[in-house]
Write a protein of this length. Structure first.
Length: 112
């Protein structure tokens, strides 16, 4: 269902078993990376998937995956996977989400 995603307009968002958000974002490599799925190289200029984790307890972490490895190994382990607008998965936005623990996201301070 999501085999062609992420692309330049759509990203994927799912939850890990620990409750962390996993954002799958399309990327073009600017340097040499190693895929955590197959431990193979991702060459310079190669299209791949950046998996940005927004941790439930706060903070972020990211890894670079081959497109095929992400869809075969990572996506089946995620819950509630859905397509989101690629504008929502910008690096700055995800890092800001990681600064707030999950219990505080999307809630306003109580009125006094």
């Amino acid at each position: 269902m999501y085999d062609e995603l992420p692309d330049s307009r759509q990203s994927l968002l799912g939850l890990t078993a620990e409750g962390d958000e996993a954002w799958l974002i399309r990327g073009i490599s600017q340097k040499l990376y190693r895929c955590p799925g197959c431990h193979g190289e991702i060459g310079i200029g190669e299209q791949h998937v950046i998996v940005q984790f927004v941790l439930r307890l706060g903070g972020t972490d990211h890894h670079h995956w081959h497109h095929r490895c992400a869809h075969e190994l990572l996506v089946p382990e995620l819950r509630r996977v859905r397509s989101v607008n690629a504008g929502e998965s910008g690096r700055g936005k995800l890092e800001r989400r990681g600064r707030r623990p999950a219990g505080r996201r999307g809630r306003r301070a109580p009125r006094r």
